[in-house]
Design a protein around this ligand. Structure first.
Ligand SMILES: *Cc1c(COP(=O)(O)O)cnc(C)c1O
Length: 389
C-alpha cells in the first residue's frame, strides 16, 4: 500500500484496489464512488443558469438516454430514488384509479404504499418472494380489472435479489391500455434494460446504485403514451410536476428548481466512465459474468442462495444465513474485515439473509475479498459446510 493510500484508509477514505485492507462498500445502495467521480464532485461551485452548466446538463441528458435506451427526454429530479417513484404515480394517475402493483419484496410494496397514499385503488399481484413472476398472474388480474390504468413493476427487487422479466410482463399485459411503470433503480446498468423496445411507459432510477454516485439524484423518463396520460392526471403535485419540468427543459434547457449541481457534475464524469468502458451493454455483461461467478463461489462454500437461479439478479445477490449462525454477528464479523454487506429487510428477511451488491465499479477483486472475509467470518462463528456425501 502506498503511503497516501495508507493514510486515506486510516482516515476512512479508501482508494480502491490499493491494498488488501481498504474498506469496501458492497451494499445495494449507496455503492462505491470511484476516485475520478469524487474528484469531479469536489470541483468549485458553478451557477446553474450559465452556458457552462447547460453544457453539462445536455451531455448528462443524452448520456441518460443511452442508459435507459430511450429516445424520450430523461428528466432529472433532486431526491432519492423514491422521489421519482412518487413522481411517476402522481403524474400518471388520478384518485380512484385502479392500478396493478407487482409486489414480491419491499420495493414492490413501496409502489403499493405510494399509490395508497394518493388514493389509488391497488390490485396487488403477489409473486412468491425470491421466485419468478408467473405472467398469468398479470393477465388474470387485468382480465378481472380491465380498467386498470397502470402496472407497477420492479426491474431488480433489491430486497430479494430477483430480476423480473419486463418483456414477459409487457406481453402478459396484452393489448390492455394500462401503462407499464418500472422501478429500475437498482437494476439499471446491471440487468438488460431497453425502455423503448420493452414497451415501458415510465422508468425511474436513482444515483446511488449502478451510477456510482452519492444519493441525491433521481431520474424519470416517460413514453409518448405516458406523457398523454400526464395531461389528464389529477393527483396533487408541485415539486414533481413533470409537465412543468419538461416545459422548462424544452424552453431553455433548464430545471424548474435549483438542480443538484454538484451531483450532476459527478454524473457527467460517471457517464463518461461508463462510455469509456464500452457503454451500458458492456457494463451489463460484466455484471452478469461477475454475479454468476459469485453465486457459484457461494454455493461452492456450501451456502444457499435466496433467489431462484432462474431469476437471480446481477445487481444484488441474496444469501441465506446458514442454520445455527446469527445473521447480525455474521455481518458484523465481515464488517470487521473492512467489507460492508447488507442484511435482510423487514421482519420477513431480517436476520435470515444477507445481501452482496455487485453494482457500479464493483469487480472480481472486491467480490473475492468479500468471499474471503465471509469464509473467515463463518469459520470464526464455528460454522461448517454441510458435506455433500
Ligand atoms: C434503492 C432502491 C429504491 C430507492 O430508494 P431511495 O432510498 O429512495 O433511493 C427504490 N427501489 C429499489 C428497487 C431500490 O433498490
Amino acid at each position: 500500500m502506498t503511503e497516501q493510500a495508507n493514510l486515506n484508509s486510516k482516515l476512512g477514505h479508501p482508494e480502491r484496489s490499493e491494498g488488501s485492507h481498504d474498506p469496501i462498500l458492497l451494499t445495494p445502495g449507496p455503492t462505491i464512488v470511484p476516485p475520478e467521480v469524487r474528484q469531479a464532485l469536489g470541483r468549485p461551485m458553478v451557477h446553474h443558469r450559465t452556458a457552462e452548466f447547460r453544457a453539462v446538463l445536455q451531455e448528462v441528458e443524452s448520456g441518460l438516454k443511452a442508459l435507459f435506451k430511450t429516445s424520450e427526454l430523461v428528466l432529472i429530479l433532486t431526491s432519492s430514488g423514491t422521489g421519482a417513484m412518487e413522481a411517476a404515480a402522481v403524474n400518471l394517475l388520478s384518485a380512484g384509479d385502479e392500478a396493478l402493483v407487482i409486489q414480491g419484496g419491499k420495493f414492490g410494496e413501496r409502489w403499493r404504499e405510494i399509490c395508497e397514499a394518493y388514493g389509488v385503488k391497488v390490485i396487488a399481484v403477489d409473486p412468491p418472494w425470491g421466485k419468478p413472476l408467473p405472467p398469468r398472474l398479470i393477465s388474470e388480474a387485468l382480465r378481472q380489472h380491465p380498467g386498470a390504468r397502470a402496472v407497477f413493476a420492479t426491474l431488480c427487487e433489491t430486497s430479494t435479489g430477483v430480476a423480473y422479466d419486463l418483456k414477459a410482463i409487457r406481453q402478459a399485459m396484452g393489448d390492455c391500455e394500462a401503462l407499464l411503470v418500472v422501478d429500475a433503480i437498482s437494476g439499471l446498468l446491471a440487468e438488460p434494460f431497453d425502455m423503448d423496445a420493452s414497451g415501458v411507459d415510465a422508468a425511474v432510477c436513482g444515483s446511488q446504485k449502478g451510477m456510482m454516485l452519492p444519493p441525491g439524484l433521481a431520474f424519470i423518463a416517460l413514453s409518448p403514451r405516458a406523457w398523454e396520460a400526464a395531461k389528464s392526471s389529477r393527483l396533487p403535485k408541485y415539486y414533481f410536476n413533470l409537465l412543468k419540468a419538461r416545459a422548462s427543459w424544452e424552453k431553455e434547457m433548464d430545471t424548474p428548481f435549483t438542480p443538484a449541481i454538484t451531483l450532476l457534475v459527478g454524473l457527467n464524469e460517471s457517464l463518461k466512465k461508463i462510455q469509456g468502458q464500452g457503454g451500458v451493454d458492456r457494463f451489463v455483461q460484466r455484471h452478469q459474468g461477475q454475479a454468476q461467478a459469485l453465486r457459484q463461489s457461494l454455493q461452492a462454500l456450501g451456502l444457499q442462495l435466496y433467489a431462484d437461479p432462474a431469476c437471480a439478479s446481477n445487481a444484488v445477490t441474496a444469501v441465506k444465513v446458514p442454520d445455527g449462525v446469527n445473521g447480525k454477528d455474521l455481518i458484523s464479523k465481515i464488517k470487521k474485515q473492512g467489507i460492508t454487506v447488507a442484511g435482510g429487510q423487514g421482519k420477513e428477511l431480517s436476520g435470515k439473509i444477507f445481501r452482496i451488491a455487485s453494482m457500479g465499479v464493483v469487480g472480481s477483486a472486491e467480490l473475492d475479498r468479500c468471499l474471503q472475509a465471509l469464509t473467515q467470518a463463518l469459520t470464526e462463528l464455528g460454522w461448517k459446510a454441510p458435506s455433500h456425501g
